[in-house]
Design a protein around this ligand. Structure first.
Ligand code: SF4
Length: 301
């Protein structure tokens, strides 16, 4: 493994490349990243880079976002099969119909959407800023795409009318269950349970806090309990353990593993650097249209 890391470092220098990695990546991938973060942090970082090549250790919509914000740079996704299943749930024809049905509504799309979905979007949001973004638009009616759980979370925190799309993240919606919280509460009665807003409403209601991954990192040090149960993708536990070695982080369930995120390995990163694979290529018009709602989000303070 040491040899592989050395070679990655050498090629990175030669190609003036930078590695961006999401908090859900494998531990060893997180450790070699130049920048590690959630979708919002990575989008902001991607908008400010001077490297020639961006290696995106994440899923395809994230690499697409980096390409849209850096059209002149080479953006590489180390594994073609690293995609987000929730992003793929949006049927573009259905979304067009929804827009026609509610012409006075704003389409707020979660960043976890394809570039094509973003072309039909008024403004993008992440789990960290979804409420703020919904509040920032002038429309009082919102078509919220695609995550119905994050949409429900927003709905409870705004007076605006929220029309939910029927999408979800299988990791948070199906693999994190009510029985997991019940069991862990019994096992660790003094622990703090934090969950992601992509979990279903009933899970959110049973937790002590509902936080995006970026917010989990900001809050973990402030939480008074020493033991913290992490109700999101298991990669997050590695990130938190590294940042807060004095605390005890326990995954709510080991089932919460995102297939797409875990496709990326050190070997695939090395091959990506060696053979320039797999380059993100998007239609120019799609990029230009998709950039507008992303930039609108980045302007919201
Ligand atoms: S954890 Fe869920 S939302 Fe995140 S990339 Fe995986 S499938 Fe998509």
């Amino acid at each position: 493994m040491k040899e592989m890391i050395k070679e990655i470092e050498k090629l990175k220098k030669e190609k003036n490349a930078i590695i961006l990695a999401h908090n859900y990546q494998r531990k060893e991938v997180q450790e070699i990243a130049d920048f590690l973060g959630d979708s919002l942090e990575l989008a902001r970082k991607a908008a400010s880079l001077s490297a020639d090549v961006i290696i995106f250790a994440g899923v395809s919509f994230m690499a697409e976002t980096a390409k849209i914000l850096n059209p002149d740079k080479k953006v590489l996704l180390p594994e073609e099969s690293a995609y987000c299943e929730m992003a793929e749930m949006v049927d573009v024809k259905e979304l067009k119909k929804l827009r026609e049905k509610y012409p006075d509504a704003a389409v707020v799309s979660y960043i976890n959407t394809t570039a094509e979905t973003k072309t039909l979007t008024d403004i993008v949001c992440t789990s960290a800023n979804a409420v703020k973004i919904v509040e920032s638009v002038p429309q009082n009616k919102i078509i919220f795409v695609p995550d119905k759980n994050l949409g429900t979370y927003v709905k409870k925190r705004t007076k605006k009318e929220i029309i939910l799309y029927d999408g979800f993240c299988y990791v948070h919606h199906k693999l994190i269950m009510k029985k997991d919280i019940e069991k862990i509460r019994e096992e660790y009665p003094d622990a703090h349970i934090m969950v992601h807003p992509e979990t279903p409403e009933e899970i959110q209601e049973m937790a002590d806090s509902i936080l995006s991954t970026g917010q989990m990192i900001k809050q973990a040090g402030k939480i008074k309990e020493k033991t913290i149960i992490v109700g999101t993708e298991i990669g997050m536990v590695d990130r938190l353990k590294r940042d807060f070695p004095d605390k005890n982080f326990i995954p709510l369930t080991m089932r919460a593993r995102c297939r797409g995120m875990k496709e990326i390995t050190l070997e695939s990163i090395l091959n990506s650097l060696k053979y320039d694979r797999y380059e993100i290529v998007l239609d120019k018009e799609v990029m230009e249209k998709a950039k507008i709602p992303i930039e609108r989000m980045l302007k919201v303070k």
